[in-house]
Design a protein around this ligand. Structure first.
Ligand SMILES: *Cc1c(COP(=O)(O)O)cnc(C)c1O
Length: 360
């Protein structure tokens, strides 16, 4: 960050922004990336690029963060929420297939906890109606589907570097395009609707307002912070995955008394983003949260399914019954997971969970 200050280019698209984008090219083969101020903003860019218009249908899971839907709602889309799988919070590809109509303009997949959705099936479903596939890869850095990095499979993708993610700069994100054409348009959207980037590359002799857009570039100071995190990716990932595996091992007996532990779907990998328990009931979750709190452990639940959110209810006349999304909304509980957690901290958490369950 000091170096960024010394160079004196503290606004967006400086040397460190380029180095972060270069990291994604060399490590994951993503040639068309743009650092953004958040994954939410990268998703907003995707919605503009997908040319979403009022009444276009966009299919996505209900069990996700508001940003996934909000980016498309801003453009007037009709959001079609589908259910999660029974065995995993990821959306059910057969529900996606059933939701496709000739008005489907885009499908947004969310790789929950960095575990890959069934991309072959979803890409095939999308191409049957010429819809775009956008990967909300906010949680999915360094995670793979059949060996391919998540975020490189759909037409576009968004990563997050929010403080809660594996790699973070406080607030930040990355837009990914899978074609030069989308990438060139994305540059303009990210630069307030101007072709400023082309101007600085000497491709045009003046720049101006040529389309709609916004200000989606982060400061190069944040990019410098982010680059240091990216350079430590393998260390951070090794620690997180180890903690995840130790949780699974130490807590496996919970499965005998009605809890479920996280699983990695076939064709996916584990990037150690989140370790969760599926409690036996909503009350069980409430009780466990307060028990753990007394032990000094902060465990938290996750999404409230969006198909029942106050905003969506104000927009539609009827809501579908999405039993699995609702189950995760009521029973999923996340345990602390961060690089740098000590063995003592990990033991305290595991022992407290086992004690709550009467297993020690
Ligand atoms: C964190 C997250 C986002 C939002 O990321 P920001 O960078 O905070 O905008 C969107 N979608 C999912 C699935 C997330 O986990």
């Amino acid at each position: 960050m000091e170096e960024a200050m010394q160079i004196g280019h503290t606004s967006g698209d400086g040397a460190f922004t380029k180095k972060c984008q270069e990291f994604f090219r060399s490590k994951f083969g993503m040639a068309n990336t743009l650092l953004t101020t958040s994954a939410t903003h990268a998703l907003e860019m995707c919605a503009i690029l997908a040319e979403i218009e009022p009444e276009d249908e966009v299919i996505m899971p209900s069990y996700t963060f508001s940003s996934t839907a909000n980016a498309f709602a801003l453009r007037g889309a009709r959001i079609i929420f589908v259910d999660s799988l029974k065995e995993h919070p990821n959306m059910d590809p057969s529900a996606v297939e059933a939701a496709i109509t000739d008005r489907t303009k885009a499908i947004v997949v969310v790789h929950y906890g960095g575990v890959a959705c069934d991309m072959d099936r979803i890409m095939a479903a999308a191409s049957s109606v010429d819809a775009m596939v956008i990967e909300d890869a906010a949680q999915a850095i360094d995670a793979y589907y059949k060996g391919k990095p998540l975020g490189s499979i759909g037409h576009m993708a968004a990563f997050s570097f929010h403080g809660t993610k594996n790699i973070s700069c406080g607030e930040g994100g990355l837009f990914v395009a899978n074609s030069k054409e989308l990438y060139k348009k994305a540059e303009i959207i990210r630069e307030k609707g101007t072709n400023r980037n082309e101007f600085f590359r000497g491709e045009v002799d003046k720049y101006g307002w040529i389309g709609v857009g916004s200000s989606y570039l982060p400061s190069d100071l944040l990019a410098a912070f982010l680059l240091a995190q990216l350079e430590s990716l393998s260390v951070i990932q090794r620690q997180r995955i180890l903690l995840w595996e130790q949780y699974h091992l130490k807590l496996s007996s919970l499965q005998n008394i009605g809890f479920s532990l996280p699983m990695i779907l076939e064709d996916g990998t584990n990037n150690g983003h989140v370790f969760y328990l599926i409690c036996r009931s909503m009350q069980d979750r409430i009780d466990m949260i307060s028990f753990l709190m007394q032990k000094g452990v902060k465990a938290v639940f996750h999404y409230l399914p969006l198909h029942k959110s106050p905003y969506h209810l104000s927009q539609v006349e009827e809501v579908p019954l999405l039993v699995n999304a609702e189950l995760y909304g009521e029973r999923l509980l996340r345990l602390p997971l961060f690089a740098g957690m000590t063995d003592d901290e990990h033991d305290l958490i595991c022992n407290s969970v086992l004690e709550y369950c009467g297993l020690v």
